[in-house]
Design a binder for this molecule. Structure first.
Ligand code: HMG
Ligand code: MG
Length: 302
């Protein structure tokens, strides 16, 4: 199949990227990062999550953060919501785009959401009614699409079944998440093939963590299969508190660079993106996880 001419990037840095950071990040810093990412041309971005602050302390200030974000931005801000309490908090802050997340693995789901997959999906059905009343856009996420930290390999059929249930509930996009970053072109293509039986190609997004350095080659495999939406994180930040050892998401800078090389449009200015990544890495006191950002930063010093 010919590669897509245009790709949508969903930036996940301010949520997935920051949720597991050891350094506490002030709300003002998060807002500044989001502003820089929007200025770089990011069209859709996870800005935060309305989860229990006892479970994920880094996301505690999301209400305050949403109130700081510009009201009339061209960028859509996505808020992850695990239950009705979270959805109500999102509505109270004026969020228009929310994310419902569940796993293809029973053990991961219990660890991440303290409920079974069936209980979680049942909860989402009630939440979807509220979302529909308020005309919210709902993105569905399936974690552990190829492997789980507790159960090992997850079958393509198990992932496809959960993804299909999210679609049937009314999610308008399904993000298929390699939470552990252990997928390879073989496992990812088999998983996508199964998901594509029921989910229209244009509704699929691939969310790659990059623990084993296979994220870009997996994305290229997905591009060859016609997938045209990808989740990525500035500076390669990211991780899930309930998937110990997993690395950050594929770096947005590295993804943008690969797409440029392939002549695929994405609407993002690489230099401004690199600036945003350098900004947050400096605040966090950590090395930039994007090879492209490091190369560009090194060249600009000469
Ligand atoms: P629970 O303990 O079963 O919840 O946790 P509960 O309903 O029994 O409530 C316990 C307390 O939490 C109560 O307060 C509630 O009010 C409060 P208390 O009476 O003890 O003072 N509470 C809340 N407070 C604020 N906001 C809320 C909320 N809900 C309850 N929304 C719960 C269940 C779902 C809340 C918990 O398990 C949770 O928050 N889990 C989220 C974990 C998380 O955020 N994980 C990371 C995001 S997913 C991810 O990163 C994967 C992804 O990137 C894809 C991939 O890569 O795989 C998306
Ligand atoms: Mg993730």
């Amino acid at each position: 199949m010919a590669l897509p001419r245009q790709v949508n990037i969903v930036e996940v840095g301010p949520r997935d990227g920051l949720q597991d950071e050891k350094t506490a990040v002030e709300v003002g810093t998060k807002a500044a990062l989001i502003e820089k990412l929007a200025a770089a041309g990011i069209g859709r971005m996870e800005a935060g999550s309305f989860v229990s602050p006892k479970w994920v302390p880094q996301m505690a200030g999301t209400d305050e953060l949403f109130n700081l974000l510009p009201q009339h931005s061209r960028t859509a801000y996505i808020a992850l919501t695990p239950n009705l309490t979270g959805l109500q908090r999102a509505l109270d802050c004026g969020a228009r785009n929310v994310g419902f997340f569940v796993a293809a693995s029973e053990s991961f789901n219990r660890n991440n959401l303290n409920s079974t997959i069936a209980e979680t999906l049942k909860r989402f059905a009630s939440m979807m009614q509220v979302a529909e009343q308020h005309s919210l856009s709902v993105r569905g996420y399936v974690s552990c699409v190829v492997a789980c930290p507790y159960e090992g390999d997850i079958s393509p059929a198990a992932t496809a079944a959960v993804a299909t249930q999210l679609l049937d509930l009314g999610c308008n996009e399904i993000s298929l998440c390699d939470t552990l970053g252990v997928g390879n072109p073989n496992s990812i293509s088999r998983m996508l093939e199964a998901a594509m039986q029921n989910i229209p190609l244009e509704k699929i997004s691939l969310h790659q963590h990059d623990t084993y350095g296979q994220a870009l080659v997996n994305i290229h495999t997905a591009l060859q299969m016609g997938v045209s939406t990808f989740d990525s994180s500035v500076a390669g930040l990211g991780g899930c508190p309930y998937a110990r050892g997993a690395a950050g998401n594929v770096a947005t800078e590295d993804l943008v660079c690969m797409l440029d090389g392939l002549g695929i449009q994405h609407g993002i200015e690489l230099e401004k993106l690199v600036e945003a990544g350098q900004f947050i890495c400096k605040k966090l006191g950590r090395k930039n996880g994007s090879k492209v950002a490091l190369a560009i930063a090194a060249n600009s010093q000469h």
